[in-house]
Structures are given as C-alpha cells and as structure tokens.
Ligand binder design. Sequence first.
Ligand code: IPM
Ligand code: MG
Length: 366
Amino acid sequence: MKATIVLLPGDGIGPEVVHEARAVLELVAARFGHQLTFTEHLIGGAAIDATGQALPTSTLLAAQRSDAVLLGAVGGPKWDNPKASVRPEQGLLGIRKALGLYANLRPVRVHPALAHVSPLKADRIANVDIMFVRELTGGLYFGWPKFREDGHLHRRAVDTLEYREDEIHRIVTLAFKLARGRKKRVTSVDKANVLESSRLWREIAVEISAGYSDVALEHQLVDSCAMRLITHARSFDVVVTENMFGDILTDEAAVIPGSLGLCPSASLGDSRCGLYEPIHGSAPDIAGKGVANPIGTILSAALLLRHSLGLEEEAAAVERAVDDVIAAGARTADIASPIERPLSTSELGRLIRTALGEETAVERAS
Ligand code: IPM
Ligand code: MG
C-alpha cells in the first residue's frame, strides 16, 4: 500500500524517539512491500521559535492531507512563561481539535519481564491489560467561557466543563465496541456525585449499554478509580472517561508498566487519519542525551499501522519485536536496574529493528 505519514518531532526528546519510530516504519515498509512517504513538520516550541505559532498552517495542512501523523512531544522550560500568549501545548490541542480526534486510546499492559520495575508490587500488577478511552476534544480543555480577569481588588480565572450529548455518545460507544473485542467490561469514570456533566455522561452510558447486552457496564467515581488503579489494576478492562479525568488517570496508570516511556497512544476521529504519540512529555532533563526510551513511540507507530493504515499483521509484528527485546533484557535507563548498563535510544531502536527483521523473516518462511 501507499501512505503519507507526517512526522512532528516537536520538542525535547521528541526528535530522538520519532527518529527511531520512523526507522521501524521504514523497515516495515521494506519487509512488507509498502510505500510509506514521510514529511517532517514543526509543532510546539520548535514551531514557536521558527514561526511564532505553535501550530503553523503548513503543519496543519500537511496533517490534513496525510494518512497519519506521528508526534514526539511538545513543551519545555524555554516556553513555560505563564504570561506568554502562545504556548507549545496549544499546538497539540489545536491539531487534535482541527483533525476532530475525539478519542484517545491509551493501552496499559505489563510486560512480565518488567513486573519488578514498577513501583507497585509485582503480584498486584501481573497481567494488567487496560484500554483507556479518553475523550479528547471536549470538557474543561475546550469549554467556553474560558478567561482570566485581573480586577482592581482581585484576580479571577474561569474554565468551563461542558459536554454535549453527541460528544459523550460517540466516545462511550467506541468504548463498548472496543470492549467487545476484549474482556467485555466497560468502566465509565465520572464525578456524578458533584458534576452535572458527569450525570449526563452516566445517563448516556446507561442508554448505550442497552444495545450491548454482552458487555458489562460499571460506573466509578474518578477519585475512587484513582485508588483502585493502584490497588486492583487487574480488575479493569476498558475505561472510558472525559478529557481531564483521562489525562490524570492515564499518567497515574503509566506507573503500572514501570515507565511512562513504554506507553503509546492513538488519537482517532471519524476519518482514517489519526495522530499517534507516546504519552510521555518532552523530558527536557534528558533531551539531546540519547538516553530516552523509544518504546512508547515505536508502539505508537504500531498503533498507526493498525488504526490508520489497516495493517494489523505489520502492527502485531512490531509489538512482538518490542516484547521480544524486553524479554531478552534490553533496557534503557528508565527501566534498567542499577547494576545494568542501560542502552541508548538508538541502541534499543536497533535491537527492535533486528528483532522485527527476524520476526518478519519467520513469517515469510511460514
Ligand atoms: C497529554 C498531555 C497533554 C494533555 C498536554 C501536553 C496538553 O498531558 O497528552 O496527556 O493534557 O492532553
Ligand atoms: Mg497528560
């Protein structure tokens, strides 16, 4: 197949990890006979420095014309002034909104060989396999009014948490569909004891569940969900929730596999074009040192193959290659034990490509 992929390396460790994921995609293309064309564009702080805008029009146009977008990370101390009128994060929020990417899938799985790396007890987290479905273009992030007022006597700021029925309906429906291909359990997370928007969310979730009698629906308040994620992570299958709750819960859940650096994400809408990014940030403290873990981005590239290009076999091969190198003991600094020499970003990337080469050689022979 032929596809155009827009790369948005962004800031901090973004360029280093995107470089490795691109190399993996190039190998997939060569092995499976696909023609992937890559173009690189600016976003975030790098775009602000070059153009004054966090999401230049040329970047958005390229993304809109592409089959999929692979993003590294945005942000960093250089652009952190709270008084600044333009912030790197606006690039990310802007592209999610402009592409209509309302569904953010964040799978959290524990590799058996890494169970001891997690700060949680290994027996608590063995076999955890959760699919978070975070609403991505509504809620507090985008609600209106949103403003700040510096009065004579005091300062005031307002954000608005609003959800329309159709916004809730499409994301919860997606969660039920995903649950059908998994363990058939949906946990809908809200704060219905306090928030009006959560009560509407809950009502709609119940209505949708009537059409999915094979899938069990449970409701959970976000505060107790945060606790249960640590105490009983295995009890979750698909977790669906609004934008801000999902932002917070998925960073918390990323502790379970052992490192934020391992976790991928896919942001999807109604068109085929999705945006794929690791859930970690730009990690300015280690940027440019070549020590970042590329696995979150490489697994995001696997999700890109699966969801935007429809290449399931290729996606699974990339995921198996990552599993293989982890099982064989390959570790970057974030997951290495104190007595191991950690691999660099590019060393781990190379090992994954070698494993992928072997995977695909086996597949061809069989
Ligand atoms: C994420 C990030 C973003 C978000 C930031 C960088 C705007 O934390 O993807 O989870 O809050 O959505
Ligand atoms: Mg976040």
